[in-house]
Design a protein around this ligand. Sequence first.
Ligand SMILES: Nc1nc2c(ncn2[C@@H]2O[C@H](COP(=O)(O)OP(=O)(O)O)[C@@H](O)[C@H]2O)c(=O)[nH]1
Ligand SMILES: [Mg+2]
Length: 343
Amino acid sequence: MKKFIPRFDFPDYNIPRTDFKGHQLKALKKFDSLRPQLNLILELRDVRAPLSTRNVLIDQLIDPRIHQRLVIYTKRDLVADNTHYLLKLSHWQQEIDEDFILIDAKRRQSARHVLDIIKSYKRQLEVRSQGLALPTGYKVLVAGMPNVGKSTLINTLRGAGSKVARTGAEAGVTRSTSETIRIGEPHDNIYLIDTPGIGLPGRLVNERQRMLSLSLCGCVKTNLVDPVVQADYLLYLANLQEPHKHYPGAPTNDVYKLLRRVQPRGAPRDNATAAAVHWLRQSHRGLIYDRELLLDTDSFSLRGYLSRQPQPEPQAKQQSRVTAHDRRLQNVHQLFPKLSGTQ
Ligand SMILES: Nc1nc2c(ncn2[C@@H]2O[C@H](COP(=O)(O)OP(=O)(O)O)[C@@H](O)[C@H]2O)c(=O)[nH]1
Ligand SMILES: [Mg+2]
């Protein structure tokens, strides 16, 4: 029998580069106003696509002089058997010296672990500030792309019983920054802030495949990318990993051949879209959605990858782009300092 050769490249389909919406921009502005009172930023990413679900806009929110930061990779349960991958991920994280943990956000045990870590960060801060009390408590922002598990983690941290943060399989369930939620014992004085997921504006997405990885993780609206194209990308990834685990029959690079094999029972014949949606919904445990991470540690460098990513404009530059109106106001303030003081 001829040996199966998976595709090394994926066709450059015409895929939208962004799913950034007005409410996300509003959330970013809200983040900005919260910045001064935040102590710790928990940045959640999906462990199946750690590169694609990383958000440079969150880097911008963090001021290392005042904020502590911890990266939390969620959905660990979905790749738990893939120890080889988890080892590589740890290696790359160490390369860039970024604190991280891996969790299954639905498990109480994970939540207890996260709570212990939050408390230890709080103690570090107390030591640094030599026992100075935190007047409004220790504030923790839970941030990340849509659907990475922010609300799930907050609910688990609150413990079973009263649910506060809504969770959902569709990107964009949390639409506004909710109230702060107290966790731990009352004397711990720790408050969490849930936030809507923040995607990336198109100018920050430098390759279409990132949108494909994000759609497989549910981080963008399900219908943003054609389901057949999503299925083809999943097939491409499965073939580079373990095809026999993810679809029946001999390995194939032909998505239509695959879709005929995985058609749901009772569905009209040759309805590729229905078959694609059906196959995409199935669990694909163990699959990694960022193809760079299939390379070995000698061929891929996280540091190199990050240096090639487009960066948002630095805050200082954004602030220097004052409008004519702002400039006029500045002039007024310079001329009438008293007036500006009373505003
Ligand atoms: N298997 C698994 N599913 C998770 C995990 N965390 C979240 N989910 C699921 O992912 C979906 C999105 O979660 P949600 O908390 O609403 O994400 P948010 O948009 O970041 O708030 C829901 O269907 C959750 O049940 C996890 O660690 N493991
Ligand atoms: Mg949410």
